[in-house]
Write a protein that binds this ligand. Structure first.
Ligand code: ATP
Ligand code: MG
Length: 893
C-alpha cells in the first residue's frame, strides 16, 4: 500500500468517526521558543491540551510533518528513525478516552484492506502499557482480546508521557508489530525494538506532574479535570510494514532517491543480505542517509528554512552536508543535488503540491548550498592537509583540538569529516579538546540567547497569567492610547508585586495599544503613565500567543500590580513604523514586478525609517535593476494607492493570491493587506499607512548577499529617506567646494584629478629610476678588486623598488670591463627588510663564480635565480651591509 493511500485511509477513518481534519503546521515550530522544529503531531494542539485555548472541535485528526534532530545519528543504522517523518494522529479534547482510543487504533490497524483498514495481522501485534495502568491492560485483554503475554508493562521513561515540565502528563500505550525471526531475537519490544517495530503511540493525558527530571523520576501530583487523547502513528513505519520492506528508507517515498544515488555512484544498494539493520554494510547506511537527508532538506526548504550557521538553518545545512558527503564517499564527486532533489520532489509532491510549484526556489537554495559546500570541502581539505603535514613534521600523531575546531567553525568542516580525513593520513584528532571548544562556543551562544528578547524560555509564568487573566485586549489597530490595568509585573520570569524607579521589568496589561514585535515589524516605543508613575517602554513581545508583554524601565514613582495607568504609543514612532512596514510591502511587490515571482521574501525587518528585506535570488543585482526597483517603488508611492485590510480564511486568502510568508503561522482567520488591489497582497498582521503616498520617499541604500541563494535589500523610508538624500546632496556640495568645481562637473573633475595624480606618480617613478641608473657607471668605476674578480658592492638609494634594484645591478655589470671577471651586488632596503641582487658577467661565470651561489651564501641557503643573476631577501634592514660583506667573502672563498 502506497504511503499516500495510508494517509488517505487514516484521515478517512477518523473523519468518519467524527474527527475534524486539521492541516499540518509548518515544520519550524514558530509558536514555541523551546523548539526549533515540530517533533510530534500534538505540538500544534498544545494550547488546547494545556487549557489555554478552547478548540472549535472535540475531536481532531492530522498528518503532521515532523523533524527529530536527536534521531540524526540513528538514521540508516536502525530501520525506523528518520530526521523527517510524518506523524498521523487522532486527538480528543475532553471527549473520548482510553477505551475508544485503543479501539480506534486496533480497528484501523487490523481492519481488512477491503473495508478501508490497513490489514495488519492482529496476532503479531504487541502492546506496552504503563506499569500500573491496569485499566489499559483490561481494555487490551478483555475488550480487544490481546493475550496477556503480548502485553508488556514498562516504566516511566518509556511509557509515561509529559512535556518535561510541570503540567499535563499521562500513561501511554504503544503498539508494536512483530516482523519475525529474520529481524532479530524473540521476546517482545523489551528485547529487540527493531524486530518488534513500534508504529503507534497512544497517550492518555489524565494526570498532572510536578517539577523534577524531564523524563523519569518526577512526581505525578493529581488528575486532570478534562482528560485528553493524543496519538501518533508513524506513517513511514506503517508504510514499511505494509510494503514488506526492511526499513523506512525503502518505502515508496524514499527508496527512489536511494536508487538514483546508486545509479550515480555505480555502487549497489543492499550489499548486506541480512534484514537486520544493525548488520548493515557501511555503504547501505550511506545510501539511507542520502535518502533520508535529501528528503528532509527538501521538506525544510519547502517550509521556508534557508541554510545558515545557526538555529534551524544550521540543522538544514548539517543534513545537506551529511548527504553530500555520503554521496562523495560512495564515489561520486559532481554536484548530486540536481540529480537527487527532483526525485524527492516527485515522490513528495503528491501529498505536498507546493513542493512542485515552489521547486525553483527550493532547488536554488539546495543547489547553491551544495556548490558552496563543495568549495568548502576543497578549501578545507587544503587547510587540513597543511595542518596534518605540520603536525607530522613536528613529530605529532594527533591533530590539535583547536585545529579541528577552526576547521569546523571557520570552514564549516564537520568533525566526522576531519576525523575521517585525518585518519586516512595516519593521525588521530584531539576530540576532547575539540569538544571543549565546542561547549565553550555553545555556552557563549546560550548566554547570547539569554540576553536577547524573550530571555528565559520557561514560559510558565506567562501561561499562568494568560490562564488567570485571559488574553490581552489588544488595541494596536484602533488607538494609540488606552486606559489599562497592570495585571502582571515580572522580573526574571517571576511575578513580583511592584517595581521601583530604576528597575527594568516586564509588565502585562489588561489592555494595550502597543504593537508587539512580529512579522518583521519592530515593537512600538512609548510610555506608561500613572498618577505617580512614569515608565518608558523598551520592548514589546508576545512570548505566548495572545499575551502582550511590555519590557519597561521605571523612570519615576512605582509600578504596582493592579494600578490603573495610561499606556501610550509614541505617535511619531508609530507613523514611522507604518511607513516602513508598508514600504516593505511596496519594495517586495516591486522586486517581484522587476525580477519575477520567484524573488520571494524569505525574511524582513522594519522599524521607523528603515527596512530590510531578504529574498531568494542567486546573483548580485545590477545598478540598472536596483534603479528600476527603486523607481517602481516610488511610482507606487506617487500613485497614492489605497491600502486595504481584509479578513478571510487561509484557503480563501491563497485563492485571492495573497503571498503567505515563511516564519509566520496563521490562524484560521488571516489578515490580508493590499496595496493597490492585486499589485501587493500579503498576509500580514502589521500596522500600515492608509494610502501609499503616506510612505513618503523610498531610497534603496544597500544590496548584499546573505548566504547562498539569498540577497538583501535595505531601504530608508519617510523622513529618513529624505534625510539620506539630503546628506548625499550635502556631500556632493562639499566635494564640489573642496575641488572648486560646479556641482554638475564634480564627477568629471574628480576623474581628471585622479588621472593627473596617476600621471604624476608614473613620471616620478621614471625620474627615480633614471636617477638611480645614471649612477651605474660611477658605481662600476668604484668597483674593488677581490681576488681575481672586480666587485661593485653597492647600497641602492633608500626606497629603490624591486625591479629597479635588478636593473641597477644589470647596468653596473654592463659597465664593468668585459675581459675581466666582474660581479655587481646591490642591496636595497624597504619596509624594514633588506634584499639583494647579484649579477655576474660572462668572464666571472667562466671562472665558476655563480650569482646564485653568492646569494645563497649571503642568505644562508635562501634566494633564487641562476649563475648570471640571482636575488633574495627578507632579512632585517640593518643586515644590509653584512649581505654585501658575505658576497665579497664568498668570492674570496
Ligand atoms: P522510538 O523509541 O522508536 O524512537 P519514540 O518512542 O521516539 O519511538 P514517539 O515519540 O512515541 O516515538 O512517536 C510516535 C510515533 O512516531 C512512533 O510510534 C513512531 O511510529 C513514529 N516515530 C517516532 N520517531 C520517529 C522517527 N525518527 N522516524 C520515523 N518515525 C518515528
Ligand atoms: Mg524516539
Amino acid at each position: 500500500m502506497e504511503t499516500a493511500e495510508i494517509q488517505r485511509r487514516f484521515l478517512k477513518f477518523f473523519e468518519s468517526n467524527g474527527h475534524t481534519v486539521v492541516p499540518s503546521a509548518p515544520l519550524p515550530a514558530f509558536e514555541d521558543p523551546n523548539l526549533l522544529f515540530v517533533p510530534a503531531g500534538m505540538v500544534p494542539f498544545v494550547p488546547y491540551f494545556l487549557g489555554q485555548a478552547t478548540p472549535e472541535w472535540n475531536r481532531a485528526t492530522s498528518v503532521q510533518k515532523c523533524i527529530r534532530t536527536p534521531d540524526i545519528d540513528e538514521v540508516g543504522k536502525t530501520s525506523r528513525h528518520g530526521t523527517f517523518f510524518q506523524m498521523n494522529g487522532n486527538f480528543s479534547f475532553g471527549d473520548y478516552f482510553k477505551e475508544q482510543a485503543i479501539r480506534f487504533a486496533w480497528d484501523l490497524t487490523t481492519g481488512s484492506v477491503e473495508s478501508g483498514g490497513l490489514g495488519l495481522d492482529g496476532d503479531r501485534i504487541w502492546a506496552t502499557v504503563y506499569l500500573d495502568d491496569d485499566e489499559a491492560i483490561d481494555i487490551w485483554h478483555k475488550q480487544i482480546g490481546l493475550p496477556l503475554d503480548r502485553i508488556v508493562r514498562r516504566g516511566q521513561a518509556d511509557n509515561m508521557w509529559s512535556m518535561g515540565i510541570p503540567g499535563p502528563c499521562g500513561p501511554c500505550s504503544e503498539l508494536y508489530y512483530d516482523r519475525g525471526p529474520d529481524y532479530g531475537p524473540e521476546g517482545g519490544p523489551e528485547v529487540d525494538e527493531d524486530r518488534y517495530l513500534e508504529f503507534w503511540n497512544l497517550v492518555f493525558m489524565q494526570n498532572l506532574r510536578g517539577g523534577g527530571p524531564a523524563k523519569e523520576g518526577y512526581e505525578v501530583t493529581g488528575d486532570l479535570p478534562k482528560k485528553n487523547i493524543d496519538t501518533g502513528m508513524g506513517m513511514e513505519r506503517m508504510a514499511a510494514l505494509l510494503q514488506g520492506v526492511d526499513n523506512m528508507y525503502e518505502t515508496d517515498q524514499v527508496r527512489p532517491i536511494i536508487d538514483k544515488a546508486s545509479e550515480l555512484t555505480g555502487k549497489r544498494y543492499g550489499v548486506s543480505t541480512s534484514h537486520t539493520a544493525s548488520e548493515s554494510h557501511p555503504d547501505d547506511i550511506r545510501f539511507r542517509v542520502i535518502g533520508d537527508h535529501v528528503r528532509s532538506s527538501l521538506m525544510l526548504i519547502g517550509d521556508g528554512v534557508a541554510p545558515s550557521n545557526e538555529g534551524r538553518g544550521y540543522v538544514l545545512r548539517r543534513l545537506m552536508r551529511r548527504a553530500i558527503r555520503a554521496v562523495r564517499l560512495l564515489g561520486y564527486d559532481k554536484p548530486a543535488m540536481p540529480e537527487l532533489l527532483p526525485v524527492a520532489m516527485e515522490r513528495m509532491s503528491a501529498a505536498y503540491p507546493e513542493l512542485r510549484t515552489d521547486f525553483e526556489r527550493i532547488s536554488s537554495y539546495a543547489y547553491g548550498e551544495e556548490e558552496a559546500f563543495l568549495k568548502t570541502l576543497k578549501h578545507g581539505t587544503t587547510i587540513l592537509d597543511t595542518a596534518v603535514s605540520e603536525t607530522k613534521s613536528e613529530g605529532g600523531k594527533t591533530l590539535s583540538g583547536s585545529k579541528a575546531f577552526e576547521l569546523h567553525d571557520t570552514y564549516g568542516f564537520p568533525i566526522d569529516l576531519t576525523l575521517e580525513m585525518a585518519e586516512e593520513q595516519g593521525l588521530s584528532v584531539d576530540q576532547e579538546g575539540f569538544r571543549k571548544l565546542m561547549t565553550e562556543q555553545r555556552q557563549r551562544a546560550k548566554a547570547d540567547a539569554a540576553a536577547r528578547k524573550t530571555g528565559h524560555a520557561d514560559l510558565s509564568a506567562y501561561w499562568q497569567l494568560l490562564q488567570e487573566q485571559g488574553p490581552t485586549d489588544w488595541k494596536a489597530y484602533e488607538t494609540l492610547d488606552t486606559e489599562s490595568r497592570v495585571i502582571g509585573v515580572l522580573k526574571d520570569g517571576q511575578p513580583i508585586p511592584l517595581a521601583k524607579a530604576g528597575d527594568i521589568v516586564e509588565v502585562v496589561l489588561d489592555r494595550t495599544p502597543f504593537y508587539a514585535e512580529s512579522g518583521g515589524q519592530h515593537a512600538d516605543a512609548g510610555k506608561l503613565v500613572g498618577p505617580s508613575l512614569f515608565a518608558e517602554v523598551l520592548d514589546v513581545q508576545r512570548p505566548v500567543k495572545k499575551l502582550v508583554v511590555h519590557k519597561v524601565r521605571v523612570l519615576e514613582g512605582e509600578l504596582v500590580l493592579d494600578d490603573k495607568i495610561e499606556a501610550s504609543v509614541d505617535p511619531e514612532w508609530r507613523l514611522g513604523a507604518r511607513q516602513a512596514h508598508s514600504g516593505t510591502h511596496v519594495v517586495h511587490a516591486a522586486l517581484r514586478e522587476v525580477l519575477g515571482p520567484t524573488a520571494l521574501q524569505s525574511g524582513s525587518f522594519n522599524r521607523p525609517g528603515y527596512l530590510r528585506l531578504d529574498f531568494s535570488w542567486r546573483s548580485k543585482l545590477s545598478d540598472e535593476t536596483k534603479s528600476e526597483i527603486e523607481e517602481v517603488s516610488n511610482r507606487a508611492v506617487r500613485d497614492d494607492l489605497p491600502v486595504a485590510v481584509q479578513y478571510m480564511t487561509l484557503p480563501e486568502a491563497k485563492d485571492f493570491g495573497a503571498v503567505a510568508l515563511f516564519g509566520e503561522t496563521y490562524d484560521e482567520t488571516v489578515r490580508v493587506v493590499e496595496i493597490g488591489g492585486p499589485w501587493s497582497r500579503e498576509l500580514c498582521g502589521g500596522t500600515h499607512v492608509s494610502r501609499s503616498a503616506q510612505i513618503g520617499p523610498l531610497v534603496l541604500t544597500a544590496e548584499s548577499s546573505v548566504g547562498s541563494g539569498q540577497r538583501r535589500v535595505e531601504a530608508a523610508t519617510g523622513m529618513e529617506a529624505y534625510k539620506y538624500l539630503a546628506r548625499e546632496r550635502d556631500l556632493v556640495t562639499q566635494i564640489a567646494e573642496e575641488i572648486g568645481a560646479q556641482r554638475g562637473d564634480v564627477l568629471e573633475r574628480v576623474r581628471a584629478i585622479l588621472q593627473r595624480t596617476k600621471d604624476a606618480e608614473r613620471e616620478l617613478a621614471n625620474l627615480q629610476a633614471k636617477a638611480v641608473s645614471g649612477r651605474a657607471a660611477e658605481f662600476a668605476a668604484n668597483a674593488k678588486q677581490v681576488g681575481a674578480v672586480k666587485v661593485a658592492a653597492v647600497q641602492a638609494p633608500e626606497g629603490t623598488k624591486g625591479g629597479d634594484v635588478r636593473n641597477l645591478a644589470m647596468q653596473i655589470r654592463g659597465h664593468l670591463p668585459e675581459d675581466q671577471p666582474g660581479v655587481a651586488a646591490v642591496v636595497a632596503t624597504a619596509g624594514g627588510k633588506a634584499s639583494i641582487v647579484v649579477a655576474a658577467n660572462k668572464a666571472a661565470q667562466a671562472q665558476h663564480v655563480s650569482a646564485q651561489a653568492l646569494v645563497k651564501a649571503a642568505l644562508s641557503g635562501k634566494g633564487g635565480g641562476n649563475d648570471e643573476v640571482a636575488q633574495g631577501g627578507g632579512v632585517p634592514a640593518d643586515q644590509a651591509e653584512q649581505l654585501l660583506a658575505a658576497v665579497t667573502g664568498a668570492i674570496l672563498a
